[in-house]
Unconditional design. Structure first.
Length: 149
């Protein structure tokens, strides 16, 4: 049994989050994962700015930050479970980027959530080869869920 929770800490209604959860549930199935635990936390620019500054030494807001607990050596999960970590998404950045890229907020939130999910699984985009693999996986999930640009 997988445990995926989405927490909206913004105080505003975000109807798209129900669909974002379904997209992430599909990604979990697509990756054939079982007994994974992770959270998505929706925050504002100020909150994500502080996270970025405190944990990455980057003094500005960003769209998504992940905290992959499996990267921590002292992290021990109950047998058979994987505690992946947390995905923080700035609703302010998501709205701005949806406008900038000319697509829906649902598309942007889904992209950021799936992007964060693959980071939690250990995928990265530091090299062209890594980027190709990670972005292909992301786009397949979004396409399969009919979340298009």
């Amino acid at each position: 049994m997988n445990e995926l929770e989405i927490f909206n800490q913004t105080g505003e209604e975000i109807a798209e989050l129900e669909t974002v959860k379904k997209v992430l549930e599909y990604a979990i199935k697509k990756e054939k994962l079982d007994k994974v635990i992770f959270n998505v936390i929706i925050v504002d620019n100020d909150y994500i700015h502080q996270l970025n500054k405190n944990y990455r030494n980057i003094d500005r807001e960003t769209d998504v930050i992940t905290f992959a607990l499996e990267d921590e050596k002292e992290m021990v999960a109950p047998e058979g479970e994987r505690i992946l970590g947390d995905i923080y998404i700035s609703i302010d950045k998501a709205k701005a980027q949806a406008l900038e890229y000319g697509h829906s907020l649902l598309r942007e939130l889904s992209f950021l959530a799936v992007h964060g999910f693959y980071h939690l699984l250990g995928y990265d985009h530091q090299t062209k080869e890594e980027e190709k693999v990670m972005f292909q996986k992301q786009e397949e999930v979004l396409h399969d869920c009919k979340i298009e640009r």
